[in-house]
Design a protein around this ligand. Structure first.
Ligand code: PEP
Ligand code: MG
Length: 768
């Protein structure tokens, strides 16, 4: 298989078209899988005028094995190997991007692969082999002459890689280098990520952005293929146009401006772009099917945009990928590509990132878990998932790329491990754990009607965080004292357009009815930051978390807030109304809202409508500036409520949605607990009701710390009520307060708060 190292560099490449014809013949001929692979590498080398063409296939042990070569030492086949990430080939497998260099041996990633005799080749071009995003190996060519390979080369090699990926994924090829190690595809995989919501989910994988695998590469009839493409393009354009029109309809202000509109418009521009279509047509003219040509064009776009220094263009990559997916779906007839989530069978959703509203689009019945690449415990999608009681694990490297729709998967929200295609023994172990968890749940249920009172008789009010109709049965099911935080924005986030006053009123009334005699605290709209309403025009902000959001937006858009206050007043006629304001930064903001509230009350009275029996107004403490105006705050409001998620984000200057920071800072730290204790002391001095409603309240260990520094009303997701109540009932409040305050004051030596609390729980038999 040694190439003629002197002569061939001069041979002109015969181009993609000829290569495609040869590939088609090699795939159709009656050959064994290895023979077929050998033939294909020869043909690629000849067609592209390269002295070397090699295929490296990814094995289950994350090693790339040389499976076939034209031009390197023949006896290196199935012997030469390389770790993912190592050398040029390993770098391509790790990054998923092509690598093109005229001087391979001086490239920083270069590593000589022993036994291959590759020293005399200067230029190197390698492209990843993937199927549906899953890495399968690398296809590379090398030449003696130093040259940078042209776009046309890269394109041709990528087309060949697409065809070869199908051969590799077919499972017919076998590695020889290591006995007992199979190929990567389909192997069991367990990876540890970050625990985001507890629980265990077992079911079939549903890819949130399903990939479409092209398996039909060569067209039989160019004209028929072009017609098929034209029809599919037409259908995609129509659906995009309809989407843009819908976008305009839903804009509450009837305006055509705004970020959202801009995005839709640029999307439409791409859909109608002639250049895009022409490149796909060129692929068909080369002999590809419409879907293979679409895939190839998408790959070209990706390569070009990734290289671009224009950040606007790089951002548009997502739009282009989405358009290609739509076109592929149209061409291959795959519906949305989700496995059917409506039959109630258990399933797990896998997404790189996702909004809270998108999660709610899934059928609740079978949804058991969520795997997210980018999220943190206080991201809103995670908060919603927790309210739904499903397990969530984040930052699980590589799992999503390797999963196929329908794979069996286990999400362990207790340990943060995800098992993809688990071995039978692992699956069995989990079945046993589910039985154990069922017993625990039964134990919590038995506590439902027992009071949340410490052993020395101190009551602690355990309240619910809620926001959706589906949360309401939880008031009854958990035995919670009431709703401490009703996130009203969730209704707005899942609606297609701004809910009208009557709709809001009906919804709030249903919440109050479900709560019966128990108190409900509604929070006014908290939008902005990572909570976006697709139909509401917002600003493009560099720092949305620090931006025009929550009460700031409400004050500037008083119409929106007054609509909501009116709905709350109407829904609460004949009973008390409790409202709290999110993200207050200056106490004067409360005064501004009071004016609006008074006006709404007057208007109601003027029209002869009854009012609630009482109205209590509270403020959330989520911005550190509030710590320095506590007395002014307390005298203005009926109650304060700490949003520990945001307060911590701003105190630690640590974005709550940034997964790189997820485990860096711990709210169970002295500075943060001191701040919370200052608030509690001020509330006591001012005789102002105090509650806390961040995620901190829902973990027994941190809830124990909160009790220690003076918190007696804490609001949490439904799944936390049982475990927190069990903790409350097993502690001595007085003793706990002394120990926690000593630790917060730094009188406990070098122990972290986390260690101190864990030791305390161990020593006093407190279940946490
Ligand atoms: C908080 O910030 O702690 C809070 C309860 O509000 P949200 O999580 O909805 O921002
Ligand atoms: Mg908040």
């Amino acid at each position: 298989m040694q190439a003629d190292r002197d002569g061939v560099a001069a041979a002109a490449p015969t181009g993609p078209r000829v290569l495609l014809r040869h590939l088609r013949e090699a795939m159709a001929d009656d050959l064994g899988p290895q023979e077929r692979l050998d033939r294909i590498v020869q043909q690629i080398a000849t067609a592209l005028g390269a002295q070397v063409c090699s295929v490296y296939v990814l094995r289950a042990d994350e090693v790339l094995e040389l499976f076939a070569t034209e031009g390197l030492a023949a006896d290196a086949v199935h012997r030469a190997e390389l770790q993912v990430g190592s050398g040029l080939v390993g770098t391509i497998a790790a990054t998923g991007h092509p690598l093109n260099t005229a001087d391979a041996q001086n490239h920083p990633a270069f590593k000589y692969i022993p036994g291959t005799k590759e020293d005399s080749f200067k230029s190197f071009l390698g492209v990843p082999m993937k199927r549906g995003g899953r890495p399968l190996g690398v296809l590379a060519v090398q030449t003696v002459k130093a040259q940078s390979f042209t776009e046309e080369y890269v394109e041709a090699l990528e087309t060949a890689a697409m065809v070869l990926s199908d051969l590799v994924a077919s499972g017919q090829l076998q590695p020889l280098a290591v006995d007992g190690v199979g190929l990567d595809a389909g192997r069991p995989l367990s990876r540890k990520g970050t625990r985001l919501a507890s629980g265990i989910g077992i079911g079939r994988a549903v890819l949130h952005e399903p990939r479409i695998v092209v398996t039909n590469f060569f067209n039989q009839d160019e004209e028929a293929e072009s017609r098929r493409l034209a029809q599919a393009i037409q259908a995609v354009r129509e659906s995009v146009d309809a989407m843009v029109l819908r976008g305009f309809d839903d804009d509450p202000e009837g305006s055509t401006e705004g970020d959202h509109m801009e995005v839709l418009e640029s999307y439409r521009m791409f859909a109608h772009d002639r250049g895009w279509v022409r490149r796909i047509e060129a692929g068909i003219a080369d002999g590809l099917t419409a879907e293979a040509a679409t895939e190839r064009t998408a790959q070209e776009n990706r390569n070009a945009l990734m290289r671009s220094s224009d950040s606007y263009l790089r951002e548009r990559l997502h739009d282009l990928d989405d358009l290609s997916r739509r076109l592929l779906r149209e061409l291959t007839g795959h519906g949305i590509g989700k496995i059917d989530d409506t039959d109630g069978d258990p399933f797990i959703v896998l997404a790189s990132t996702m909004g809270a509203a998108e999660l709610l689009d899934y059928q609740r019945a079978g949804l058991q878990g969520l795997v997210l690449e980018e999220a943190t415990p206080t991201s809103h999608v995670v908060i919603v998932a927790r309210a739904l009681g499903i397990a969530v694990v984040g930052a699980v490297g590589g799992i999503i790329a390797r999963a196929e729709s329908g794979d069996r998967i286990i999400v362990d929200g207790e340990t943060g491990v995800v098992h993809l295609r688990p071995l039978e023994e692992i699956a069995k172990g989990y079945d046993e754990r589910l039985v154990f968890r069922a017993e625990r749940t039964a134990r919590f249920e038995a506590l439902r009607d027992e009071p949340a009172v410490t052993r020395d008789g101190e009551p602690v009010d355990l309240l619910l965080n809620a926001g959706l109709t589906m949360d309401l049965p939880q008031i009854e099911a958990t035995g919670a004292k009431g709703i401490g935080l009703f996130r009203t924005e969730l209704q707005f986030m899942i609606a297609a357009r701004l809910p009208k006053v009557a709709e809001q009123t009906r919804f709030y009334r249903s919440v109050l009815e479900a709560a019966g005699d128990k108190p409900v605290t509604f929070r006014t709209l908290d939008i902005g930051g990572d909570k976006v309403l697709p139909y509401l025009r917002t600003l493009k902000e560099d720092n949305p978390a620090l931006g025009w959001r929550a009460i700031r937006l409400s004050i500037d858009r008083p119409g929106l807030l007054r609509m909501q206050l009116r709905a709350l007043l109407k829904a609460s006629v004949g009973r008390p109304l409790r409202v709290k304001l999110p993200m207050v930064t200056m106490v004067t903001e409360i005064d501004q809202v009071k004016v609006l509230l008074d006006r709404e009350c007057e208007a109601q009275a003027r029209f002869g409508h009854d009012l609630p029996t009482s109205i209590e107004l509270g403020a959330m403490i989520e911005v550190p500036s509030m710590l320095f105006q506590l007395d002014e705050l307390m005298e203005r409001v009926d109650f304060v409520s700490i949003g520990s998620n945001d307060l911590f984000q701003f105190m630690a200057a640590s974005d709550r949605t940034n997964s790189y920071l997820a485990n860096r800072f711990n709210p169970l730290s002295r500075p943060f607990l001191r701040a919370l204790r200052d608030i509690a002391r001020s509330a006591e001095r001012n005789e102002t009701e105090l509650q806390l409603c961040g995620e901190l309240a829902g973990e027994p260990l941190s809830a124990m710390a909160l009790m220690g520094i003076g918190y007696r009303k804490i609001s949490m997701p439904p799944g936390s009520v049982g475990p927190v109540k069990e903790m409350v009932r097993s502690v001595e409040m007085k003793h706990l307060c002394d120990a926690v305050n000593d630790a917060v004051d730094g009188r406990m030596g070098t122990q972290t708060m986390q260690e101190m609390l864990t030791d305390y729980a161990d020593q006093h038999g407190v279940p946490v």
